[in-house]
Design a protein around this ligand. Sequence first.
Ligand code: NAI
Length: 302
Amino acid sequence: FIRGFSSTAVRNVVIKQVTVIGGGQMGAGIAQVAASTGHSVTLVDTSEDILKKSVKGIEGSLKRVVKKKFADKPEAGEEFIQKVLQKVSISTDVGSAVQSSDLVLEAIVENLKIKQDLFGRLDKLAPAHTIFASNTSSLPITDIASPTSRLDRFGGLHFFNPVPMMKLVEVIATSSTSKETFESLMNFCKALGKTPVSCKDTPGFIVNRLLVPYMGEAIRLHERGHGSKEDIDIAMKLGAGYPMGPFELADYVGLDTMKFIIDGWCEKEPNNPLFQSSALLNKLVAEGKYGRKTGEGFYKYK
Ligand code: NAI
C-alpha cells in the first residue's frame, strides 16, 4: 500500500485545463506558453491588480513574439494575440479556479511553509484526477507535496526564465510520483513545445545543481586573488563558449536568490564544500546589491 495511491492514479491524464498559481515572472510566462499552445489557463494571484499587470505583461510579450513570427501578416498576428488572451482567465479565488483543472502548477514565492499551506488546502478542493506540480527552484518537491494525499499525482515542473524563450523544462519525479503522472507531465511539456528532461528530487535538479556551485567557485577563485571578475567572465565566454560569464550570470539570476539557494542546500548538507556561501556574496547581499534588478551586484547597471 502506497500512501495516496488510488484508482485515479492509473489513469493517464491528458492535460488540457491548467491552473497556474502565482502571476509573477514565471507564472505569467507559463500561462502565456500554455495558452499559446491551445490550453485553457486560469491564472491565480492574490489581487486583481497583480493579475491585470500579469495579463498586460503577457500581451506585451505576445506582441514581441508576433512581430517576429507574423512579420509579413500583421492581421493574423493580432488575431493570434486575441485568441491566446481569450484562453487566459484570471481569478483570486483559488478554490473555484481548480474545479475543472487537470493540472495545478504553482509558481508563488519560494517559501516552503507557504507552498505547503497552499497545496494542503488545494488537495481538498481539486478533483481527484488533478495533478499538482511546483515550479520551485530550490525546495524539495517531496517536502512541498507532504501535506497532500495525492503523492502519486505530484511532481515538479521547473521552467526557466524567460519562459517563452527558454526551451528546457526539468520534470521531477519524487519517489512517490506515479509513472502515469510523470508521463502526463512529460507530454504536457512537449505539447507546450518545450524539451523536457527527467530529474530526480535532488537539490537543484540538473541545471542549478551544476550552475550554482560553478558560480560559487568563480567567486571563490576571485576571492583568492586568482583572477579579476572581468577576466573570469571573458575567459568562460571565449574559452568555454558560455554566452555569459559566471559573474554576469550571477547578477542576472540575482545574488539574493543565489544566496538563498546555497544557504538552503548548506543547511541540508553542511559539509558539502560546493554548498558554501562566500564572504563576498554575503557582503553584497547584506548591502542590498542583488544584481541587475537593483542596479548593482558584481557589476553596476544603468
Ligand atoms: P515572483 O515574485 O515574480 O512571482 C510570485 C507571484 O506569486 C507574485 O505575483 C505573488 O503575488 C504571488 N503569490 C505569492 N503568494 C501567493 C499565494 N499564496 N497565492 C497566490 N499567489 C501568490 O516570483 P517568480 O520569479 O515568478 O518565482 C516563482 C516561483 O518560481 C518560485 O518558486 C521560484 O523559485 C521559481 N522559479 C523562479 C525562476 C526565476 O528565474 N525567477 C526560475 C525557475 C523557477
